[in-house]
Design a binder for this molecule. Structure first.
Ligand code: FE
Ligand code: FE
Length: 166
């Protein structure tokens, strides 16, 4: 297969391994973020995205099988840094609404990282002619975009509203 010898192929594999690491780190972080959230709506949004994220990991597993690439063994340092900042935020002595606002911001940084990374991987898969894989990556990309929008809505409704009440 021509794709096998394309130098872009190796790059795509690294991007996918990076994403796999990012997603598995997020699976560990989201329950803590859900627990730290005061707004029930925000907590539910984190819990829902946790379930969605688990399915995204499965999607990457499926892609790894199709490409015969081992997904494990790489650490996404970008996501490690973003999640470390999120933990720092949770350790701060913040008032409930301020913490919720901070959690939304931290989560949106994570989503934006994912949107950039999935968009790149999707484009590279497409350029290599992996249509099915590009489609799977696009599916996750759409979910990350929807999550980002939902978080913006929550920032504007739940958090600000409660801050005004207080
Ligand atoms: Fe994700
Ligand atoms: Fe996500």
């Amino acid at each position: 297969m021509a794709e096998e010898t394309n130098p872009l192929n190796e790059l795509l594999h690294e991007e996918l391994r990076d994403l796999y690491s990012a997603e598995t780190q997020i699976v560990k972080a989201l329950p803590k973020m859900a627990k730290a959230a005061s707004s029930p709506e925000l907590r539910r949004a984190f819990e829902r995205h946790l379930e969605e994220t688990k399915r995204q990991v499965e999607r990457l597993d499926q892609i790894g099988e199709e490409l015969e690439v081992k997904m494990t063994g790489k650490k996404c340092k970008g996501m490690e840094g973003l999640l470390a900042e999120g933990r720092e935020l949770m350790e701060e002595d913040l008032e409930e609404d301020a913490l919720d606002a901070g959690l939304i911001g931290a989560a949106q940084k994570v989503e934006h990282y994912e949107i950039a990374a999935y968009g790149t991987a999707r484009t590279h898969a497409d350029m290599l002619g992996y249509r099915r894989i590009a489609k799977l990556l696009q599916q996750t990309l759409n979910e990350e975009g929807a999550t980002d929008k939902k978080l913006t809505q929550l920032a504007e409704s739940v958090v600000n509203y409660e801050a005004v009440q207080a």
